[in-house]
Design a protein around this ligand. Structure first.
Ligand code: NAP
Length: 243
C-alpha cells in the first residue's frame, strides 16, 4: 500500500518541492494551501504525472474546521501515514517588536503555532504504527530573528518543543515526530514579509556562502518521513548551510 501524506503549504516553496519529491518516492499526496489555486493545481498535476493519487485542499490551517476537512480529504486515499507540518507565514509587517501591532503578532502565532498544533492533533488521532510527522521550524528558533521577527522565531522555537513533546507521546504507538529547521531558503516567503532580496543579500553571512533551495529542504523532510530514519524521533535536523 502506498503511503498517504498530508503536506500543508504544499502549493509553493518548501511544501511544493516536498510534495513533488514524495510523490516521486511513491506517496499519495494531499496538499493544503491557503488561496493560490493555480500554484496548487500545478503541484497536483506533477503528483498525478508521477503516477500517484492526490488532492489539493484550500483552507486556513489556523481554522479547526478547515484542518479537519484537509485530513478528511486524505482519508479518501487510505490510512494516513505522513504529515509535513509546513504552512507558515512571517507576517505582513516585520521590524523591532516594539513597532509591531497586536494583529501582526497574533496572525503569525495563529498560523505557525495554533495551525501546527491543530494539524499535529489530527495526525495523532488518525495515524497508526509506522506513521511519521515532520514539523518544519526554522533556524530562527535559535537565532531569534532580532529587529525582524522575534515573534516568528518564538513560534519556531515552540515548534521544536512540539516535536520533543509529541515524539514522547506518540513513540509508544510507533509514530515518529521530528523537525527540519531550515536556514535561509530561496522561496517567495521573503517577498511575503517585504524582503524579496533576502536570499541573495544574506549569502555573505551564511557559512556556505549561499541560500538553500526548497529541494534541499525537501530531501531532509523525505528522509525523516521514510524508512531510512526509522530510529530517529524527537530530532531537530538543522539544514542551514552552517548558519
Ligand atoms: P512560502 O514559499 O511563502 O509558501 C508558503 C506556503 O504556505 C504556501 O503554500 C501557502 O499557500 C501556505 N500557507 C500560508 N499560510 C497558510 C495558511 N494560513 N493556511 C494554509 N496554508 C498556508 O514559504 P516557504 O519558504 O516554503 O516556507 C515553508 C515553511 O518553512 C514555513 O513554515 C516557514 O516558516 C519555514 N521556513 C522558511 C524559510 C525560508 O527561508 N524560506 C526558512 C526557515 C523556515 P498559498 O500558496 O495558497 O499562499
Amino acid at each position: 500500500m502506498s503511503p498517504v501524506t498530508v503536506v500543508t503549504g504544499g502549493s509553493r516553496g518548501i511544501g511544493a518541492a516536498t510534495a513533488r519529491r514524495l510523490a516521486a518516492a511513491g506517496h499519495h499526496i494531499v496538499l493544503g494551501y491557503h488561496g493560490n489555486h493555480a500554484a496548487a493545481r500545478a503541484v497536483l498535476a506533477d503528483v498525478h504525472a508521477a503516477g500517484r493519487r492526490g488532492a489539493a485542499v484550500p483552507g486556513d490551517t489556523a481554522e479547526p474546521t478547515d484542518v479537519v476537512r484537509l485530513f478528511d480529504a486524505a482519508a479518501e486515499f487510505g490510512q494516513l501515514t505522513g504529515l509535513v507540518n509546513n504552512a507558515g507565514v512571517g507576517g505582513s509587517r516585520t521590524g523591532p517588536l516594539a513597532d509591531l501591532r497586536v494583529e501582526d503578532l497574533r496572525r503569525v502565532i495563529d498560523v505557525n503555532l495554533v495551525g501546527y498544533l491543530l494539524c499535529a492533533q489530527q495526525a495523532a488521532r488518525r495515524m497508526s504504527a509506522g506513521g511519521a510527522i515532520v514539523n518544519v521550524s526554522s533556524g530562527a528558533a535559535t537565532l531569534g530573528g532580532p529587529n525582524e521577527y522575534v515573534h516568528y522565531a518564538a513560534t519556531k522555537a515552540a515548534t521544536d518543543a512540539l516535536t520533543v513533546g509529541l515524539s514522547k507521546e506518540l513513540g509508544p504507538r510507533g509514530i515518529r515526530v521530528n523537525t527540519v529547521a531550515p536556514g535561509i531558503i530561496d522561496t517567495e516567503f521573503h517577498a511575503g514579509v517585504g524582503n524579496p532580496d533576502k536570499a541573495t543579500a544574506a549569502a555573505a553571512r551564511i557559512p556556505m556562502g549561499r541560500a538553500g533551495t526548497a529541494e534541499e529542504i525537501a530531501g531532509a523532510i523525505a528522509w525523516l518521513l521514510g524508512p531510512d530514519s526509522s530510529y530517529a524521533s524527537g530530532a531537530i535536523l538543522r539544514v542551514a548551510g552552517g548558519l
